[in-house]
Ligand binder design. Structure first.
Ligand SMILES: CC(C)(COP(=O)(O)OP(=O)(O)OC[C@H]1O[C@@H](n2cnc3c(N)ncnc32)[C@H](O)[C@@H]1OP(=O)(O)O)[C@@H](O)C(=O)NCCC(=O)NCCS
Length: 168
């Protein structure tokens, strides 16, 4: 993969985000979203307003370039839980395994740290999602606990959901 640019998302990025979102829902291995969400519903989930931060990655192979992935990060809980960040990531299937997830993860962690969050929590990492579990562990996250059988994987049936944690 050539050069990758990561920048703040705008509404113009919705087609790429929606395509990657629909791939992941069809795979049925990583997120609990229902089938059949409209573009507007996907935008409500992913193009979140401040204090959330949404970043997109593109390959620099033309104008506007090929969409590679998206990350959103913000408070894990409102009010008295708002000092802990959370984040979610989608890399388009064709772009996986080339460092895009790592680049987005490093960017999101740096942003949350600089923004004054005390830690980052992932609430529901599917235990059979090897790429994600490895990547988060390589970036310093540990598994706090696993909710047994809480995810109904298309291929594996009921598998656990990890709660993962990174102290800043
Ligand atoms: C999980 C995901 C974000 C990772 O992004 P990616 O661009 O494919 O990952 P990268 O190429 O940056 O690889 C990151 C690390 O994971 C490892 N990895 C990637 N794919 C892997 C696989 N299939 N099996 C094992 N390890 C894998 C790489 O070795 C790499 O290791 P590093 O820490 O030494 O760099 C991406 O696969 C994705 O969007 N999947 C679908 C949605 C999803 O699972 N989102 C996250 C939910 S928690």
């Amino acid at each position: 993969m050539g050069d990758v640019v990561i920048r703040e998302a705008t509404h113009a990025d919705l087609p790429g985000i929606a395509a990657a979102f629909r791939e992941v829902v069809a795979e049925g291995e990583t997120y609990c979203y229902p089938d059949g969400l409209t573009d507007a519903q996907i935008a409500e989930e992913w193009l979140l307003p401040s204090p959330w931060r949404v970043m997109v990655a593109y390959a620099v192979d033309g104008t506007p370039g090929t969409f590679l992935g998206v990350a959103k990060s913000g408070p894990n809980r409102p009010g008295r839980g708002a000092h802990i960040a959370t984040a979610s990531f989608l890399v388009s299937a064709a772009a996986r395994g080339h460092g895009v997830g790592r680049a987005l993860g490093e960017r999101v962690i740096a942003w949350a740290r600089e923004s004054g969050y005390a830690a980052m929590q992932f609430n529901a990492v599917v235990e059979t999602n090897t790429a994600a579990v490895r990547l988060w562990q390589n970036l310093g996250f540990r598994i706090l606990t696993t909710a047994p059988g809480a995810f109904d994987s298309r291929r594996h049936g009921r598998v656990g959901l990890h709660v993962m944690w990174l102290d800043f």
